[in-house]
Design a protein around this ligand. Structure first.
Ligand SMILES: Nc1nc2c(ncn2[C@@H]2O[C@H](COP(=O)(O)OP(=O)(O)OP(=O)(O)O)[C@@H](O)[C@H]2O)c(=O)[nH]1
Ligand SMILES: [Mg+2]
Length: 334
């Protein structure tokens, strides 16, 4: 892709126009540009984003997490299909830091979302393969903005509990939904890892058939756990519901809660405040990432790093001394 029409790719102008017209092909190519690691592409991507920024921010942004097998793909397919029937346009994005290791994304897998994948009003984008979680989340945030500019009014961001991915997703959405199962173990899932503390909504999935009663009991347990966690800095009280992604039971009620949450936050000014804080943290995480990259790539650092790491592990050099030496080498040779 070129800024001017010197090559065969669409120009930034083409992308701005195409995305404004909800051209899915151009949206996909613009996302590819966002995901590129080539410096010239990155510059074009930033130019494109700057041009589109006034058209962004209009969607309800929902993060969805849950352990493998909880039913995320089934849930997103069922919920997304309903939303489309109600006239929404739904974009599904994924944050999967493991995709860079496995080489392919396990999330945003279109074959597990058959109805949504074939719908004109839906757009599914798997997790970008990038080296770091920071890289994956930056690209997902920017992709979210492109989707909003293309007129998608619901953005669903899916993630699994790998490392910090849940925290990162909670920090890019308006509403964070945790899917859980009834009685999989004694522990309430997500409590120990602090994920439930991030939740605006908890949905006990697979509340169908023989499992219905257990799901209702689990709902009570989670509601009690949320009360136990106490007050948060928000006027919204987190809620627990039971759903069945398979039968569709509870999905309408759940979406009503998402909308209620959004209205409440918008009316109280918390939504704007939340998004502003997210942008500030995002900027800082980019700074940290870039600084760390240039530190690691610095010749003086790479020369000494392995040896100092070994010495620290063996206890012959203190971590403080090693860190100081590396930072001094980094700063002095610029
Ligand atoms: N009974 C029942 N089964 C469900 C429900 N939702 C999902 N399942 C089944 O649970 C299994 C896992 O569902 P997925 O949607 O693939 O789960 P996932 O969370 O996306 O899993 P990963 O992509 O591996 O993280 C599938 O066999 C689904 O058919 C539900 O509400 N009720
Ligand atoms: Mg899945």
């Amino acid at each position: 892709m070129k800024a001017e029409s010197t090559g065969n790719g669409p120009t930034v102008d083409d992308c701005v126009r195409g995305i404004g017209e909800s051209d899915r092909g151009l949206l996909a190519r613009a996302i590819t540009l966002i995901e590129s690691r080539k410096p010239e592409d990155m510059a074009l991507a930033q130019e494109l984003l700057a041009r589109l920024l006034p058209q962004t921010g209009g969607a309800v942004r929902v993060g969805i997490t849950g352990v493998p097998g909880v039913g995320k793909s089934t849930f997103i397919d069922a919920l997304g299909t309903r939303l489309i029937e109600q006239g929404h346009r739904v974009a599904v994005l994924a944050v999967d830091p493991s995709s860079s290791i496995s080489g392919g994304s396990i999330l945003g897998d279109k074959s597990r979302m058959p109805r949504l994948a074939s719908a004109e009003e839906a757009f599914i984008r798997p997790s970008p393969s990038a080296l770091s979680l920071g890289g994956v989340t930056r690209r997902t945030r920017e992709t979210m903005l492109l989707c909003e500019a293309a007129g998608f009014d619901v953005i669903l961001v899916e993630t699994v509990g790998v490392g910090q991915s849940e925290t990162m997703v909670a920090d890019m959405v308006d509403c964070f939904l945790v899917l859980v199962l009834a009685g999989a173990g004694d522990e309430l899932q997500g409590i120990k890892k602090g994920i439930i503390e991030l939740a605006d909504l908890v949905a006990v999935n697979k509340a169908d058939g023989d499992n219905l009663e257990r799901a209702q009991l689990a709902k009570r347990d989670y509601a009690a756990a949320l009360r136990y966690l106490g007050a948060r800095p928000s006027s919204w009280e987190p809620r627990v519901v039971t759903v069945s992604a398979l039968t569709g039971a509870g999905l309408d009620e759940l979406w009503q809660l998402v909308e209620e949450h959004h209205r409440l936050l918008a009316d109280s000014g918390e939504l704007e405040e939340r998004r502003r804080r997210q942008l500030g943290r995002w900027m800082w995480s980019l700074i940290e990432e870039k600084l760390l990259d240039s530190f690691r790539d610095h010749p003086e650092v790479t020369k000494r790093l392995a040896e100092l790491e070994r010495a620290v592990a063996e206890g012959t050099v203190t971590p403080t001394r090693a860190a100081t030496e590396l930072l001094t080498a980094f700063q002095s040779a610029r």
